[in-house]
Design a protein around this ligand. Structure first.
Ligand code: BG6
Length: 522
């Protein structure tokens, strides 16, 4: 039996869809997960749907159908997911009663992605839900290899589950990696849009589901004190750091094909950069926001091979100690070639050729096996002329900075100078901190909760549009062409547990800049 409990949305939760627009009510629908036996389903998707249900944000009626090759029953799939929820749920303990009600909506459909008969079986299962919205409003979640996207959309189209023209809605959600270069992304886009309109395709970048990433536009465009400073007249440079304490571990096979540039820069980091640097959109409608992001990405100067040599540093970790633990080198990780030249670290300087940012360097760095796991953006302002305090305080007055801490210790800090109390004239940088936890309590929904909800209500603001993904690949391709498959040199290795190769420091030193260590807030 399937639950029909009406988990309607409370009136005080009715605003705030997407990055800030008013949320539509979620309509009854069925979510079909291809790749239902995989890690993503157990770790992220089902826990996210369970929490939406808990928060009364799921539609009044819904089903979740898992489609995968392994032989399972509804009951065994539910049991498996329940065990996983106990392990991965962000709230503990799991509410067993609520889970039982939620789990009645979960059904399993055993099938092979390339077998047309199995899609007929899926179609029959959906039809058994009646002829209403549970059969017609369909969200297909492709938690499978991108090489299978084309085949799945073709099959679901042929059995009349995915239509370009329909009075109901059908949407396709796809996970990264979305291609491995511009040509492959282009081909994937062509495959998907043969059977679905672009407006039906929801490309996930889980960074956009993070509360702190959504707050970037809110922070920039709802605060006049900062908004006025957000340009080349006041900003000296910007640093975006996404560092990870973990190594590549069991993902060597995937990582050998990807590397840090494709894994992190092409998507998460360029997305954060575009939100930090874009112009104000005309509204918070999905197309208005995405138009501005694309405009920004298009104004990033593509790198020539000579620029790559000057502006991009790659690195690979060798064995070292991270947080007291001895870590193997990348080349010793499982499924990694012993002479691999794949980068586990990349630092780069990008320039944006537009009116607002002309001449302002944007430094990006990301890597595995670094000393801390931190994602943050630092806006470094120009120093004031030091004519007043130089005699007493030295020639170097600290410049102001705003740090947006995306994770962990989510919050924002402002750094400015203050007089050291006392009879002499001493100056010292001091900080003001805003912290999400102390301001709003510890409630932070997982990125997938937000993203699944937005996909269900059909708000595409937090998803990547076709031209966005392709423009980002153009930037990444220009860097890879500069590398031209050259092996790594000695200067490009770093010990696990350090902040990357020395060359990354030199990259900033050329302009008199230094990387700022991510802040640890007590
Ligand atoms: C994924 C990458 O997209 O993002 C991983 O494939 C990376 O390599 C992860 O570890 C980082 O995400 P988060 O949310 O932990 O910062």
């Amino acid at each position: 039996m399937v639950s029909s409990v009406n988990h309607s949305i409370a009136s005080d939760e009715l605003c705030g869809g997407g990055i800030g627009g008013e949320r539509k009510l979620p309509e009854p629908c069925t979510i079909i997960i291809f790749g239902a036996s995989g890690d993503l389903t157990a770790r992220k998707l089902i826990p996210a749907l369970y929490h939406l249900f808990k928060e009364k944000l799921m539609p009044a009626a819904f089903r979740v159908v898992g489609f995968a090759r392994r032989d399972k029953t509804d009951a065994s799939w539910r049991q498996e997911l329940r065990d996983a929820l106990h392990q991965f749920s962000r709230t503990q303990p799991v509410d067993e009663k609520l889970w039982q009600v939620f789990a009645e909506n979960l059904c399993y459909c055993q099938g092979d992605l390339s077998d047309a008969a199995d899609y007929q079986k899926l179609e029959a299962l959906l039809t058994s839900f009646g002829s209403g919205p549970l059969r017609e409003n369909l969200l297909f979640y492709l938690a499978i290899s991108p090489s299978q996207f084309g085949e799945v959309v073709e099959q679901i189209h042929h059995c009349k589950l995915l239509n370009k023209e329909s009075s109901a809605w059908q949407r396709v959600v796809v996970e990264k990696p979305f291609g491995h270069d511009l040509a492959s992304a282009h081909a994937l886009n062509r495959e998907l849009t043969r059977y679905a309109h672009e407006a039906q395709v929801f490309r996930i970048d889980h960074y956009l589901g993070k509360e702190t990433v959504q707050n970037i536009l809110m922070f920039r465009f709802s605060n006049s004190i900062f908004e006025q400073l957000w340009n080349r007249n006041s900003v000296d440079h910007i640093q975006i750091t996404v560092s990870e304490k973990l190594g590549v571990g069991g993902r060597g096979g995937y990582y050998e094909e990807s590397g840090a540039l494709r894994d992190m820069v092409q998507n998460h980091m360029l997305q954060v950069l575009s939100l930090i640097a874009m112009e104000p959109p005309v509204s918070l409608e999905a197309e208005a926001v995405r138009d501005e992001k694309v405009k920004l990405l298009k104004s990033i100067r593509l790198l020539t091979p000579a620029d790559v040599a000057r502006q991009v540093v790659r690195g690979q970790y060798f064995a070292g100690v991270v947080g007291g633990e001895l870590r193997p080198g990348y080349r010793q990780e499982p499924k990694v070639k012993t002479d691999s030249n794949v980068e586990t670290y990349v630092a780069l300087k990008l320039l944006i050729d537009n009116w607002r940012w002309s001449g302002v360097p944007f430094y990006l760095r990301t890597g595995k096996n670094l000393p801390q796991s931190t994602s943050e953006v630092r806006i470094q302002f120009r120093p004031t002329p030091n004519v007043l305090f130089a005699a007493q305080c030295g020639s170097q007055l600290d410049a102001n900075a705003i740090t947006l801490r995306l994770q962990p210790n989510e919050g924002i800090s402002l750094r400015f100078n203050g007089k050291v109390p006392g009879l002499s004239l001493g100056v010292r940088p001091v900080r003001m901190h805003f912290s999400y936890d102390s301001e709003f309590g510890a409630y932070t929904p997982e990125a997938y909760e937000r993203l699944l909800l937005e996909a269900i209500v059909g708000d595409a603001t937090l998803f990547i549009r076709r031209d966005e993904v392709e423009t980002a690949w153009q930037i990444v391709d220009s860097i890879r062409q500069g590398w031209n498959g050259q092996p790594l040199t000695n200067r490009e290795f770093y010990a696990a547990g350090t902040w990357g190769p020395i060359a990354a420091d030199d990259l900033l030193a050329q302009a008199g800049h230094v990387w700022h260590e991510p802040q640890v807030i007590q």
